[in-house]
Design a protein around this ligand. Structure first.
Ligand SMILES: [Zn+2]
Length: 314
């Protein structure tokens, strides 16, 4: 859960003792019919399985909690300063500013509000939520205060320059009691958490009536299926990533299981291109080109790399 949008992860091969036994059912819906669409690691074998009921793709074997602790511990403490600088550098200032503005516009209008509560689950140091808050304040002079709550193992919080924005960190959702929030953010975090169907339900209960929930996850399954057919391997960044969730999953999730009675889909689209055109032009152009055909072809085009959905609570 230390994983945040500002972190880049590297794949490692897990041994048998670091893997749980193969799961019999889909961790999201309990469905039993799942098709292997790609190989995540060969020995011991871990496959990416797509559920034919909810369309989530998940690793056939999940890392043990101990293996994940070791992975993140090594990742954070074992890396050299140069490695840290390199991975942190994946998200530039330009990227972060664009993401903050994008989050604010995705979450929607706050007209008439004088205060705002934002929950960013897995939000790292809270910088993106603070940037979103700054955008809200700029656009809405009536807004006097924004309280940002970040749930993350990272306890060093970004300090906003605007005193009207406060940032509070917590390491677990249970520390928050029954509080609800105008905006809840789960951006590039759910894919890291093996057992997360209950967690998602918990987050849904924290969206205040009339509030919005922004979710963003990677969706690499079509690339992985194609790579497998071509005999190539695709780096899934396992065990950091254990799920892969696209349009079919998210739209299905919010139109079934009673969620449609509680939530309305505000927007559902290929995720924002993270790289800014001025600072990482090649990456930005490639990402845009892959997402472009979706606007013509819709769901028939899966090569979008990631998905984002915003829902509002009725
Ligand atoms: Zn499922």
């Amino acid at each position: 859960m230390q994983a945040g949008p500002t972190h880049y992860h590297k794949s490692i091969v897990l041994d048998d003792a670091s893997l749980l036994p193969p799961a019999a059912s889909c961790p999201w819906c309990g469905g039993l019919d799942r098709q292997a669409i790609a190989t995540i690691q060969k020995q011991p074998e871990v496959l990416l399985l797509e559920c034919s009921t909810c369309h989530a793709s998940s690793a056939s074997r999940m890392p043990t909690p101990q293996a994940l602790d070791a992975y993140y511990g090594n990742y954070y403490d074992g890396a050299s300063a140069a490695e840290h600088a390199q991975t942190e550098g994946r998200v530039t200032i330009g990227d972060a500013a664009r993401m903050g503005a994008h989050l604010a516009s995705s979450l929607g209008s706050i007209e008439g509000k004088t205060s705002l509560r934002i929950l960013d689950f897995g939000g790292g140091d809270g910088m993106l939520a603070v940037l979103a808050a700054e955008n809200f304040m700029k656009a809405n002079p009536a807004l006097r205060e924004v309280a940002v709550t970040v749930v993350d193992y990272n306890t060093q919080m970004h300090q906003p320059s605007n005193p009207a924005i406060t940032v509070r960190g917590a390491t677990k959702l249970t520390e928050l009691g029954d509080s609800t929030y105008d905006f809840v953010i789960a951006s590039a975090i759910l894919e890291h958490i093996p057992d997360c169907a209950g967690l998602l339900r918990d987050l849904l209960t924290r969206v205040a009536s009339g509030g919005s929930f922004y979710l963003r996850t990677p969706y690499a399954a079509p690339f992985m299926r194609l790579a497998e057919k071509l005999g190539k391997s695709w780096d899934f960044t396992f065990p950091a990533h254990v799920h892969d969730l696209g349009q079919a999953f998210w739209e299905g999730y919010f139109t079934a299981n009673g969620n449609d009675k509680l939530f309305a889909i505000k927007s559902s689209r290929p995720s924002i291109v993270q790289a800014s055109m001025s600072e990482r032009p090649v990456e930005a152009i490639i990402s845009h080109l892959f997402k472009l055909p979706w606007h013509l072809l819709g769901r028939a085009w899966g090569f979008v790399g990631g998905w984002e959905i915003t829902v509002t609570r009725r």
